[in-house]
Design a protein around this ligand. Structure first.
Ligand code: F6R
Length: 379
């Protein structure tokens, strides 16, 4: 069943281009007309109530799904102009935000069985009972298993299209969740008219290029990450830096590494380093920086320079290989140059491979890491 791959995790990493293709087909209309007759380019089947006078969104999730939610927040705020907060489900349950009718609650859980996420959503459902219909309708689940407990709990679902994921570390389900958030944010931006239709069409066109760009990344990274894994198999601490839409990818890169390789790793928004964590850095602590051209590129480069000044080995996940990037990074994990808004789907790939190869190199049980289960059904 591993189809020639050594572990399910690696197979699932390689399935990601297909997951993006399936999502594009399911979520987006192929006919994108322009001008007056422009129809929503997105087909999520959500009712009108979702769009009318929506004021804010709260997202609840755990782990990797929480990281996808952070990217969702970025898209929902920057594209659709809706104020969005992301909560750990285990925290939100006991300290929920005050209820308002114009708030949409989204639960993100690939398994649909995570106890804390279900409990947070059940609490929301409960406090909406007996209120106006639109208030009760504004509960949305994003899941890879629509037949799960989540499916029975919430009135609306966006079905992610990763197929079954066997490796405990989430990879293709994360990418599938990102695709759901692109679709939702574009749909809301269309209904709220926060982004011009032509621009939305451009974004979708960019998404259509992503599968082949992931394929190119997989092809070029396999050897590079395997080679780095050699060198880092005994490393004790790693720092991952990112900013803006790639900050959650720094968190995700760190989480992948800790959970399967048992190496201590932390993800930080690059600008926060100087407020404390920089004290950790020395020649023994490698720093992986995601430096993607766009709003924060120069800032990330200058944050990386600060790390370099502390003798850290610097690994850059970036489409840029010359100029400052070429000079300061000791190692490059190149990704294609795409619109910054779409970059997380690409930048996560080398980090998944890096974590995978380090864990495999250490001879660990990549698909079944210690102390972890695929669905966390206890609170
Ligand atoms: C990380 C991982 C976990 C899950 C978390 C939430 O690789 O697998 O952090 O993401 O337990 O699981 P779901 O999405 O099923 O709610």
């Amino acid at each position: 069943e591993k189809q020639g791959f050594k572990h399910f995790m690696l197979k699932e990493i390689y399935e990601q281009p297909g997951v993006v293709r399936a999502s594009l087909e399911a979520y987006f209309n192929t006919e994108v007309n322009s001008g007056e007759s422009f129809q929503s380019p997105v087909k999520l089947g959500l009712p009108e109530q979702f769009y009318a006078d929506l004021e804010q969104i709260h997202i609840v999730a755990c782990g990797t799904s929480w990281h996808a939610a952070l990217i969702g927040k970025y898209l929902l705020e920057q594209l659709a102009g809706i104020s969005t907060q992301v909560h750990y489900a285990s925290e939100y349950r006991y300290a929920p935000s005050p209820p308002t009718a114009n708030t949409l609650i989204i639960g993100v859980t690939q398994s649909g069985e995570t106890a804390d996420t279900l409990a947070a959503l059940a609490m929301e459902k409960e406090r909406r009972q007996g209120k106006e219909a639109k208030y009760q309708a504004r509960l949305l689940g994003i899941t890879n298993r629509p037949e799960s407990s989540l499916g029975h709990l919430v009135p609306h679902i966006i079905n992610t299209l990763a197929g079954i994921e066997i490796g405990v570390a989430a990879t293709k389900t994360f990418v599938a969740q990102l695709m759901a958030f692109y679709a939702l944010a574009i749909d809301l931006a269309y209904h709220r008219q926060t982004v011009a239709p032509d621009k939305l069409a451009d974004i979708i066109q960019g998404l259509r290029q992503i599968p082949k760009e992931i394929e190119a990344t997989l092809e070029s990274q396999e050897k590079l990450t395997e080679h780095l894994a050699h060198e880092f198999a005994e490393t004790q601490d790693f720092i991952f830096l990112g900013r803006g839409i790639n900050f959650p990818i720094a968190l995700e890169g760190a989480l992948k590494l800790k959970e399967i390789s048992y190496i201590h790793a932390e993800g930080y928004p690059a600008g926060e380093m100087k407020h404390g964590p920089i004290a950790l850095l020395d020649a023994k602590v490698p720093v992986v920086a995601i430096a993607f051209p766009g709003t924060v590129y120069e800032k990330v480069i200058s944050n990386a320079q600060e790390a370099k000044a502390r003798d850290s080995r610097l690994i850059g996940v970036t489409p840029v290989s010359d100029g400052e990037a070429g000079e300061i990074f000791n190692d490059l994990l190149p990704v294609s140059s795409v619109d910054e808004l779409l970059s997380p789907i690409l930048t996560v790939v080398p980090l998944q491979l890096l974590a995978y190869h380090i864990a495999a190199r250490r001879g660990l049980d990549v698909d079944q890491p210690r102390n972890l289960a695929k669905s966390v059904t206890v609170e």
